[in-house]
Design a protein around this ligand. Structure first.
Ligand SMILES: [Zn+2]
Length: 214
């Protein structure tokens, strides 16, 4: 199995291919046909992405079948099903990298902000469950003294929601915590831009900033 650094690099390069229009997404269907029942999966990264139809994970990272273990849920939230899925993949395949992939203008995040501003009767306990997972990440950003305009608020909320999921993955599971401590697993956050097709890795940005300061 490759290292988390190499896995991250591969995602970075794949997304560059995709965003610059030289990716091989068009050959995806041919790859599907090539897959056999004995096709062994060796995913080098686990991705928790949003269900948004505009962010198909394999395509935006220009990866092949068997490369990514993908969990998609509205708002890329972390609840017990997601934790269980990540634990399974990390344990079964030794996958060294988990990426929480949020995206610009996420409908689940927008809906949660709306709900916080104008509390209404929840239409469904299931949709409420998702909003309640996102709320702690974004509620503080609505403080009037911050004075964020709508665009800034949405941008910061998407990032805050990704960071919250990253923190929940790092601290919400004994199995994952042990793998992280042993240096066998890395969890990072990322944001996909619907406008440019590019993925920004959030934690790396923080690291880069730290190294500039140091
Ligand atoms: Zn979304």
């Amino acid at each position: 199995m490759i290292t988390a650094d190499d896995a991250l690099q591969r995602l970075r390069e794949g997304n560059e291919q995709f965003a610059s229009g030289i990716g091989s997404a068009e050959t995806f269907l041919r790859r599907v046909q090539r897959a056999r029942t004995d096709f062994k999966q060796e995913p080098f990264a686990i991705i928790i992405g949003c269900s948004d139809s505009r962010v198909p994970v394999e395509i935006v990272f220009d990866q092949d079948l068997g490369d990514l273990f993908v969990i998609r849920v509205a708002g890329n939230i972390v609840s017990p099903s997601q934790l269980g899925s990540v634990e399974f993949a990390a344990a079964a395949f030794g996958t060294p990298l988990v990426v929480v992939l949020g995206h610009s203008n996420c409908g689940a995040v927008l809906g949660t902000l709306e709900r916080l501003r104008r509390p209404a009767e929840a239409r469904s306990p299931h949709m409420r469950f998702i909003a309640e997972r996102i709320e702690p990440a974004v509620a503080g950003l609505l403080a009037p003294e911050l004075g964020y305009d709508r665009e800034t608020l949405i941008r910061k909320s998407v990032k805050a929601n990704v960071r919250q999921s990253v923190a929940q993955l790092r601290k919400g599971s004994k199995i994952l915590e042990e793998l992280i401590e042993a240096g066998k697993l890395r969890v990072v956050g990322a944001e996909y831009s619907l406008a440019t097709g590019r993925v920004e890795f959030l934690d790396d940005a923080v690291e880069a900033m730290r190294s500039r300061i140091a």
